[in-house]
Design a binder for this molecule. Structure first.
Ligand SMILES: [Zn+2]
Length: 106
Protein backbone atom coordinates (compact mmCIF):
# COMPACT_ATOMS: atom_id res chain seq x y z
CA UNK A 1 0.00 0.00 0.00
CA UNK A 2 2.68 2.48 0.97
CA UNK A 3 4.48 4.09 -1.89
CA UNK A 4 7.93 5.31 -0.90
CA UNK A 5 7.73 8.12 -3.43
CA UNK A 6 4.87 9.72 -1.57
CA UNK A 7 5.59 12.45 0.94
CA UNK A 8 3.89 12.36 4.34
CA UNK A 9 1.71 15.22 3.17
CA UNK A 10 0.50 13.24 0.17
CA UNK A 11 -0.20 10.26 2.38
CA UNK A 12 -2.20 12.41 4.78
CA UNK A 13 -4.24 13.64 1.84
CA UNK A 14 -4.78 10.08 0.64
CA UNK A 15 -5.95 9.01 4.08
CA UNK A 16 -8.34 11.94 4.36
CA UNK A 17 -9.80 11.19 0.96
CA UNK A 18 -10.67 7.67 2.11
CA UNK A 19 -11.96 8.37 5.59
CA UNK A 20 -12.62 10.99 8.23
CA UNK A 21 -9.71 11.12 10.67
CA UNK A 22 -8.37 13.00 13.63
CA UNK A 23 -4.78 14.20 13.61
CA UNK A 24 -3.93 11.37 16.00
CA UNK A 25 -5.40 8.78 13.66
CA UNK A 26 -3.52 10.35 10.76
CA UNK A 27 -0.30 10.18 12.74
CA UNK A 28 -0.78 6.44 13.18
CA UNK A 29 -1.81 5.88 9.57
CA UNK A 30 1.10 7.83 8.09
CA UNK A 31 3.62 6.93 10.76
CA UNK A 32 4.70 10.41 11.82
CA UNK A 33 4.21 12.29 15.11
CA UNK A 34 0.83 13.92 15.63
CA UNK A 35 2.55 17.29 15.90
CA UNK A 36 3.89 16.91 12.37
CA UNK A 37 0.41 16.08 11.11
CA UNK A 38 -0.82 19.32 12.64
CA UNK A 39 1.96 21.17 10.86
CA UNK A 40 1.06 19.62 7.51
CA UNK A 41 -2.66 20.35 7.74
CA UNK A 42 -2.54 24.12 7.07
CA UNK A 43 -0.48 23.48 3.95
CA UNK A 44 -2.95 20.86 2.77
CA UNK A 45 -5.81 23.30 3.31
CA UNK A 46 -3.92 25.93 1.36
CA UNK A 47 -3.18 23.68 -1.58
CA UNK A 48 -6.74 22.36 -1.68
CA UNK A 49 -8.15 25.89 -1.64
CA UNK A 50 -6.92 26.17 -5.22
CA UNK A 51 -8.19 22.72 -6.13
CA UNK A 52 -11.55 22.73 -7.87
CA UNK A 53 -12.06 18.98 -7.57
CA UNK A 54 -11.37 18.51 -3.86
CA UNK A 55 -12.39 20.29 -0.69
CA UNK A 56 -10.97 20.11 2.81
CA UNK A 57 -13.63 19.63 5.49
CA UNK A 58 -13.21 20.05 9.24
CA UNK A 59 -15.60 18.87 11.92
CA UNK A 60 -14.91 21.09 14.92
CA UNK A 61 -13.82 19.94 18.35
CA UNK A 62 -16.62 19.32 20.82
CA UNK A 63 -16.74 19.12 24.60
CA UNK A 64 -17.73 15.61 25.64
CA UNK A 65 -19.25 16.88 28.87
CA UNK A 66 -21.52 19.72 27.74
CA UNK A 67 -21.44 19.29 23.93
CA UNK A 68 -19.97 22.76 23.45
CA UNK A 69 -18.77 23.10 19.85
CA UNK A 70 -15.58 25.01 19.15
CA UNK A 71 -16.94 26.54 15.97
CA UNK A 72 -14.66 29.54 15.88
CA UNK A 73 -11.54 27.52 16.24
CA UNK A 74 -9.39 27.64 13.15
CA UNK A 75 -6.35 25.80 14.45
CA UNK A 76 -5.98 22.08 13.93
CA UNK A 77 -5.01 21.12 17.43
CA UNK A 78 -7.44 19.94 20.08
CA UNK A 79 -8.42 22.64 22.59
CA UNK A 80 -7.22 21.86 26.10
CA UNK A 81 -10.24 23.06 28.01
CA UNK A 82 -13.92 23.85 27.47
CA UNK A 83 -14.68 27.55 27.98
CA UNK A 84 -18.21 26.76 29.14
CA UNK A 85 -17.88 23.95 31.66
CA UNK A 86 -14.08 23.86 32.03
CA UNK A 87 -13.95 20.19 31.22
CA UNK A 88 -10.74 18.89 29.72
CA UNK A 89 -12.51 16.03 28.00
CA UNK A 90 -12.48 17.53 24.52
CA UNK A 91 -13.11 15.57 21.36
CA UNK A 92 -10.47 16.13 18.70
CA UNK A 93 -11.43 17.86 15.46
CA UNK A 94 -11.95 15.52 12.54
CA UNK A 95 -10.80 16.13 9.00
CA UNK A 96 -11.60 14.78 5.60
CA UNK A 97 -11.25 15.60 1.94
CA UNK A 98 -14.29 15.40 -0.26
CA UNK A 99 -13.94 14.94 -3.99
CA UNK A 100 -16.19 16.55 -6.52
CA UNK A 101 -16.36 13.98 -9.27
CA UNK A 102 -15.52 15.73 -12.48
CA UNK A 103 -17.71 13.72 -14.79
CA UNK A 104 -17.12 14.14 -18.46
CA UNK A 105 -20.13 15.65 -20.15
CA UNK A 106 -22.06 13.43 -22.47
ZN1 LIG B 1 -17.95 21.73 28.21
Amino acid sequence: MDSPSQTPRQRIMDCLTQRTSTSRELAELVGIPERQVEEHLPHIVKSLSRDTTRQFMQDPSTCRDCQFVFRDRTRFTTPSRCPRCRSEDIGAPQFRITCHESRSSS
